[in-house]
Design a protein around this ligand. Structure first.
Ligand SMILES: CC(C)(COP(=O)(O)OP(=O)(O)OC[C@H]1O[C@@H](n2cnc3c(N)ncnc32)[C@H](O)[C@@H]1OP(=O)(O)O)[C@@H](O)C(=O)NCCC(=O)NCCS
Length: 214
């Protein structure tokens, strides 16, 4: 779907992983450079690995066909993996949706003048626990945003996502990346039979703007 961005081994020391207890006080991270992390699109052989990772990261159960779709070689999703030593340590999954196909609760992201445009929806972003706070999610999101801001993608006027209101790590991550809170969605999620609140976060792209802008 898009250009593959490969990151090869000529790393800068600024981006290095460090052998230290990470800031959450969890496991140690291994000594390597962010430049040793490669980005590549998912392929069918990744299905089991991706499924196991998503089950670990997200409280939501995705149906099996979803994994087939995001790992398919002719997938319509932007499904990018960060790979280190042949292991997937992070991934981002996004899709580009025509504005007219948005769900009711997601309309209102853009001003009415943008009716004939597209919106990118970030379905999933996750990083293996022991590799967090090393810039892996930033690397994945940057790659997606670079793709969305190419001239071929100028119809894409915003990127958005939903997040549990309790997921402070993800909220801080997206806020640092200039995503802005758009909507509070009470009981948006149903997790293990319990309703949980969500937020929608939006980043405007390619001169897109919200309805209240003049
Ligand atoms: C959210 C998540 C993807 C972030 O991945 P990551 O690789 O650790 O993110 P980065 O290292 O690129 O973080 C960039 C910035 O985001 C913010 N951030 C990320 N994790 C944070 C945390 N736990 N607490 C506070 N700020 C955090 C920081 O500002 C960080 O910059 P810094 O490390 O220089 O302070 C990761 O925590 C994760 O996989 N969580 C579980 C899955 C999930 O909830 N995904 C989001 C679903 S909407």
């Amino acid at each position: 779907m898009a250009n593959i961005t490969w990151y090869t081994t000529n790393g800068s020391s600024n981006n290095s992983f460090s052998t230290m207890t990470d800031r959450l006080g969890e496991k140690e991270v291994s000594l390597c450079s962010l430049a040793d992390v490669q980005l590549r699109f998912l392929c069918p052989e990744d299905l089991d690995e991706v499924r196991a990772l998503c089950q670990e990261w997200f409280p939501i159960e995705y149906p099996f066909y979803w994994y087939e779709e995001i790992t398919s070689s002719n997938s319509s999703f932007y499904s990018l993996a960060a790979v280190y030593k042949q292991q997937i340590i992070g991934l981002i999954v996004a899709e580009i949706i025509p504005h007219s196909r948005l769900h009711e609760e997601d309309t209102g992201i853009l001003a009415k003048s943008f009716s004939d445009c597209d919106i990118a929806y970030i379905l999933s972003l996750g990083v293996l626990k022991e590799y967090r706070r090393n810039g892996i999610a930033t690397l994945l999101l940057d790659s997606l945003l670079r793709n969305l801001t190419t001239p071929e993608r100028k119809k894409v006027k915003a990127a958005f996502l939903h997040v549990l209101t309790t997921n402070s790590a993800a909220i801080r991550f997206y806020e640092k990346r200039r995503f802005r809170l758009h909507t509070f969605l009470p009981y948006y999620y149903s997790i293990k039979g319990k309703c949980k609140d969500g937020f929608m976060y939006v980043l405007y792209l390619n001169d897109g703007h919200p309805p209240w802008s003049l």
